[in-house]
Write a protein that binds this ligand. Structure first.
Ligand code: ASP
Ligand code: MG
Length: 451
């Protein structure tokens, strides 16, 4: 059970401000986010409602951000595409936001039936102000006056995740897939919450995806910087935009399971912690993530003279593709030609190949190669900054498993390698073992997608 003591013990001192005192009782303001898999059916909604009521009973103020039930967002998307191959973006947002309206109202009803006051709010009612870009809107302001009022009147406020409102167009927007995480974090920041709990169907953030590495370990803590690198490298437990928002606004996250009461993973801002005088010991390796969604483009036979790389990436940039790793080979002395390879999301492959082909004569390259059978593995850890030998150990582990490395890139706290797609799972396991990350017991996975 989430008892008063446990909540207080866990959360005191983590929030941006001191705990509020009302007639001698210390209250925390807790934002809780429940993903689609946690509210997939009526039974689950009642289970989540009980958890919210328990948190409220313990004396906390509770704001909830909720996703659409189960896979209903995907079902609505399918429906739209059955009506037309290219749904109008404004209408698509109107349609998709209906999913969260359903879950928020049901959740509020369930809480009320348990004798506690609850009120649901759409994104616009909750003051989630966004820019105008349908399908991937960014939050520009949060004016949660009605949420604050509901809390002051003792109610639990339930907010529809993933949606907002643009002041100029006066239209409803959505924040992009998985946007409910961002809704929760933005509300936590605007309300000065003590903690933002992200409830999901796994126990927290793991050293690797437990479905690939069965003896992955749950992390008790991870810095937001490490979490950002892991999310960018393919870890699906948290959305990158939500982590970014939390980091920028100093929101502490607690990723935990809605299926049990275990303590999950605290995602904290290491800079803030250091500024508060805490000693932050970062592990050399926090975790590993893998990504199979990218492809590799090789521009073969590029004249090795100044300006060619600039030209190639100018052409690529015009397509708005997200280029990740870039490698240029040493040119062969006899020909004065070189090859340049880069990775990008598979979904952007076609437009980039077309754009480059159209400019082939200008650039003067010989041919293009496209390879969508690659996998990318990233090793992340804040302690890498002060530890040498991490890359050597990584390469050694892959060599011993007979896995060939095709590309390498590094940042301050990350090393990434590209391998063949069909070796990526094996790569994950051997690297996990090599860095001593293996736990003693296999993780129970509840199924679902980790959201
Ligand atoms: N329902 C939306 C989606 O499935 C938002 C979310 O789940 O966070 O992407
Ligand atoms: Mg969802």
């Amino acid at each position: 059970m989430v008892g008063t003591k446990q909540v207080r013990h866990l959360y005191w001192g983590l929030g941006p401000g001191p705990p509020t005192t009302i007639s001698g009782v210390i209250l925390a303001l807790i934002v809780q986010k429940f993903g689609g898999s946690s509210v997939a059916d009526a039974e689950s909604i009642k289970r989540v409602a009980r958890r919210i009521v328990d948190t409220r009973k313990a004396g906390n103020e509770v704001v909830v951000a909720v996703s659409a039930m189960g896979d209903s967002t995907d079902e609505l998307l399918d429906l739209a595409h059955q009506v037309t191959p290219l749904p109008a973006p404004r209408e698509l947002d109107m349609l998709l936001t209906a999913g969260e309206r359903i879950s928020m109202a049901l959740l509020a009803m369930a809480i009320k039936s348990m004798g506690y006051d609850a009120r649901s709010f759409t994104g616009s009612q909750a003051g989630m102000i966004t820019d105008a870009s349908h399908g991937s809107a960014r939050i520009v302001d949060v004016t949660p006056g009605r949420i604050r009022d509901a809390l002051d009147e003792g109610a639990v406020a339930i907010v529809a995740g993933f949606q907002g409102f643009n002041r100029d167009t006066k239209d409803i927007t959505t924040l992009g897939r998985g946007g409910s995480d961002t809704t929760a974090v933005a509300l936590a920041a605007a309300l000065g919450a003590d903690i933002c709990e992200i409830y999901t169907d796994v126990d927290g953030v793991f050293t690797a995806d437990p479905r690939v590495v069965p003896n992955a370990r749950k992390l008790d803590r991870i810095s937001s910087e490490e979490m950002l690198e892991l999310a960018a490298a393919g870890a699906k437990v948290l959305y990158i935009r939500a982590v970014e928002y939390a980091r920028r606004h100093g929101v502490t996250l607690h990723v935990r399971s809605s299926f049990n009461n275990n303590i999950g993973t605290i995602v904290f801002n290491a800079d803030t912690a250091r500024a508060n005088g805490e000693t932050v010991e970062e592990p050399i390796i926090a975790g590993i993530a893998a990504d199979l969604s990218e492809a590799k483009v090789t521009v073969v036979g590029v004249p090795d003279i100044p300006g060619k790389a600039a030209l190639i990436f100018k052409i690529v940039a015009k397509t708005n593709a997200n280029v990740d790793m870039i490698v240029q080979n040493v040119s062969a002395a006899a020909t004065g030609l070189t090859d340049i390879s880069f990775t990008l999301p598979k979904s952007e492959g076609e437009k980039v190949l077309t754009a480059l082909t159209n400019e082939q004569i200008n650039v003067g390259f010989a041919s293009l190669q496209y390879d969508d059978q690659i996998g990318k593995l990233a090793l992340v850890g804040g302690g890498m900054r002060t530890n040498s030998g991490v890359s050597a150990k990584l390469f050694e582990a892959l060599y011993e498993a007979g896995i060939n490395i095709e590309m390498i890139s590094t940042s301050e706290i990350r090393i990434s390698v590209v391998t063949r797609a069909d070796t990526i799972n094996e790569a994950m396991r051997v690297v996990h073992t090599a860095f001593g990350l293996d736990g003693d017991v296999p993780v129970t996975v509840h199924g679902g997608t980790g959201r």
